[in-house]
Ligand binder design. Structure first.
Ligand SMILES: Nc1nc2c(ncn2[C@@H]2O[C@H](COP(=O)(O)OP(=O)(O)OP(=O)(O)O)[C@@H](O)[C@H]2O)c(=O)[nH]1
Ligand SMILES: [Mg+2]
Length: 616
């Protein structure tokens, strides 16, 4: 027994096929909250964490993208291959490979385990999802499996609090000796078959009857797409319907705070900064938290349920009309949350050209940062009334805006892909088991989202609105000047300078000013409008400042609002997206192309919308 704490940290790596629960184990070991999702390709980059075992050993653990084989076919798999081989940029191979396998799917996963074993490095096998395997009536003889593989085997449950107990005990034991590789010409499939026959009773778990029945509906050529359409539709309806009462509450709260601060502080720069800058600006963005959380709740549920790869499969024919494959579906769906993770998720796409096109169109998926802009304008200009008795007009318009984004993306892809899909074979995608999302995980996911959003409001958005407040307040007008003070400020002047370019779209100078901070984060446009109007409207009540929705209809025509909505469907301005495109493609040209075409589309579509709206 080793009584001395080792001087060196043990470096381990979690490797295995996609979707076997590596990240779930990683989170369990390190207490972190990396993305866990029920489809292949949730993790696309190497993540590092640290923890201490019960006996006090210091461990550094890597979570890696899942791989089907060490012969990598996509960029995310290449990371895993390189780390295992010890050829990853200046990083030695891990001391111990923790090979994770889905116990319910050993026929597939054991082959990769054998491939790893051929590396001849110390390794242990973590048979994960042992809970699901037992539920399916499988019995696995662990000692025998360990003997046949020549490596220690432990059972784990990535989603149970003490699910990594045996793995931790194994990590506290001395490092196992490296396995002896099989002769190079061994037929690994034959070995898998033999091991399964020896160690597993009921090696071919019949997927439960319920699951098969579900798939008959979900993958049905007619019902399948219909179910998908209804699902997406309900999703957008609820984003509006469920959020409204909560939003009204936050809105009123913000107005009340503004009023109190207004009464407490004497007239002056400080009061203006707090009321017109921070509360009107950042406060008007906070209002949208409920909507963003509802959207994320849906995305989390879809991700955990196992439905997404099935939707990708259903949409493969549609995507191929645009010259893409169903593989682009999950990256594009992630882009509804934010284009940054969406673009990173394209690493799972093997075909480089498909990957580039998917990156190109990801910004057209309406990200959650655009939701505040949409909702503000819809709430202010689209009447709240029922359509056909049960649909909500505002939700309908929101759905329409998302749909326009998606259709435009497919068109752009079609054009970028010209000759149709390349020589890529039929879509091969694993359909994971259906899983009921765990309410605790959903809650954790949502609080994490809320935290990120509020952090963003507290940092980026507050600083940008304060900056905008300063630009809108200074320089002060000269003595005896007439007209609103904001006309003399820097922001006022910039807005008036930009006006000739944007006036054809029906934008006024206040909108022009709001477009600038919107570059950094789109939702700031909302805060910026609130600030500009709060300062500009000398006579406005302080509690009005936070209630932009009531202010806008007095200042804008419906045509202007529609034009701005159209602008934001394409809205090229998001620095974070452009930065991640640069990182993922290592090409400034791609960045220029994306920014350029988005700007052109935004301009043309807003112009068309404005002119058409004026006609009616
Ligand atoms: N029943 C059960 N489900 C699990 C277990 N471990 C993970 N899961 C679920 O399995 C799915 C995949 O988990 P992940 O941790 O994302 O898998 P991964 O291996 O990191 O996947 P990639 O990053 O795509 O390679 C998720 O839906 C998890 O909730 C387990 O031990 N039992
Ligand atoms: Mg993962």
């Amino acid at each position: 027994m080793n009584m001395i704490t080792p001087a060196r940290t043990l470096r381990i790596a979690l490797v295995g096929n996609p979707n076997c629960g590596k990240t779930a184990l990683f989170n369990l070991l390190t207490g972190s909250r990396q993305k866990v999702a029920n489809y292949a390709g949730a993790t696309v980059e190497r993540k590092e964490g640290r923890f201490t075992t019960p006996q006090g050993h210091d461990i550094r653990v890597l979570d890696l993208p899942g791989a089907y084989s060490l012969v990598a076919t996509s960029p995310d798999e290449a990371v895993t291959r390189d780390i295992c081989a010890g050829t990853y940029r200046g990083e030695a191979a891990p001391d111990l490979l923790v090979c994770v396998a889905d116990a319910t799917n050993l026929r597939l996963h054991l082959r990769f385990v054998l491939e790893m074993r051929q590396l001849g490095r110390p390794m242990v096998l973590a048979l994960n999802m042992i809970d699901a395997a037992r539920r399916k009536g499988m019995e696995i003889d662990l000692p025998r499996l360990a003997a046949e593989l020549g490596v220690p085997v432990v059972a784990t449950v990535g989603i149970r609090r003490d699910g990594a107990r045996d793995l931790l005990a194994q990590l506290d034991a001395p490092l196992p000796p490296p396995p002896v590789p099989l002769p190079a010409d061994t037929d690994l499939h034959a070995v898998v078959r033999r091991i399964l026959a020896d160690c597993v009773t009921r090696a071919h778990p019949v997927s439960s009857e319920l699951e098969e029945r579900l798939d008959r509906w979900v993958l049905h050529p007619v019902w399948g797409p219909l179910i998908l359409a209804v699902l997406l539709f309900v999703m957008f309806q609820t984003v509006f319907a469920w959020a409204q009462p909560l939003m009204d509450g936050i809105d009123a709260g913000m107005g009340w705070i503004g009023e109190q601060v207004g009464h407490l502080l004497p007239e002056g720069a400080l009061r203006s900064l707090l009321v017109n800058g921070v509360i009107a600006g950042a406060g008007s963005v906070v209002t949208f938290l409920p909507q963003i959380l509802i959207l994320f709740l849906w995305i989390l549920v879809l991700e955990e349920s196992g439905y997404l790869p099935r939707a990708a499969f259903l949409l493969d024919p549609v995507m191929s009309l645009a010259g893409l494959s169903g593989r682009s579906f999950i990256p594009l769906l992630s882009s509804f949350a934010c284009a940054v993770p969406g673009i990173m998720a394209t690493r799972t796409i093997q075909n480089p050209r498909d990957r580039l096109v998917t990156i190109l169109i990801a910004p057209l998926m309406t990200c959650s940062a655009r939701l505040p802009v949409y909702t503000l304008l819809i709430g202010a200009f689209i009447p709240h009334r029922a359509v056909w008795g049960f649909l909500n007009m505002q939700g309908l318009v929101l759905f329409g805006l998302y749909a326009v984004g998606i259709l435009s993306a497919l068109l752009v892809a079609r054009i970028a892909r010209r000759g149709g899909r390349g020589q890529e074979a039929a879509l091969l995608m694993e359909l994971p088991a259906y899983r009921l999302p765990n309410p605790r995980d959903l809650l954790l996911g949502l609080t994490e989202r809320a935290r990120i959003f509020l952090m963003r409001v507290g940092t980026t958005i507050v600083s940008l609105t304060v900056l905008l407040w300063a630009l809108s307040s200074f320089p002060a007008p000269p003595a005896g000047a007439t007209g609103p003070a904001i006309d003399w400020s820097l922001a006022g002047r910039i807005g008036h300078l930009m006006l000739p370019v944007f006036a054809p779209l029906g934008f006024n100078w206040q909108i022009c000013v709001a477009l600038i901070p919107g570059l950094a984060a789109r939702e700031v446009a909302v805060g910026a409008l609130a600030t500009v109007y709060a300062i500009g409207d000398a006579g406005a009540d302080t509690d009005q400042a936070a209630m932009l929705g009531q202010l806008l209809p007095a200042h804008w025509s419906v045509a202007t609002a529609l034009s701005l909505l159209a602008w934001y469907v394409y809205a090229p301005q998001c620095v974070a997206t452009l930065a991640v495109i640069r990182r993922e493609t290592a090409s400034w040209r791609m960045v220029a192309i994306t920014a350029g075409y988005l700007f052109a589309l935004a301009y043309v579509m807003a112009l068309l919308t404005y002119r058409l709206a004026l006609l009616f």
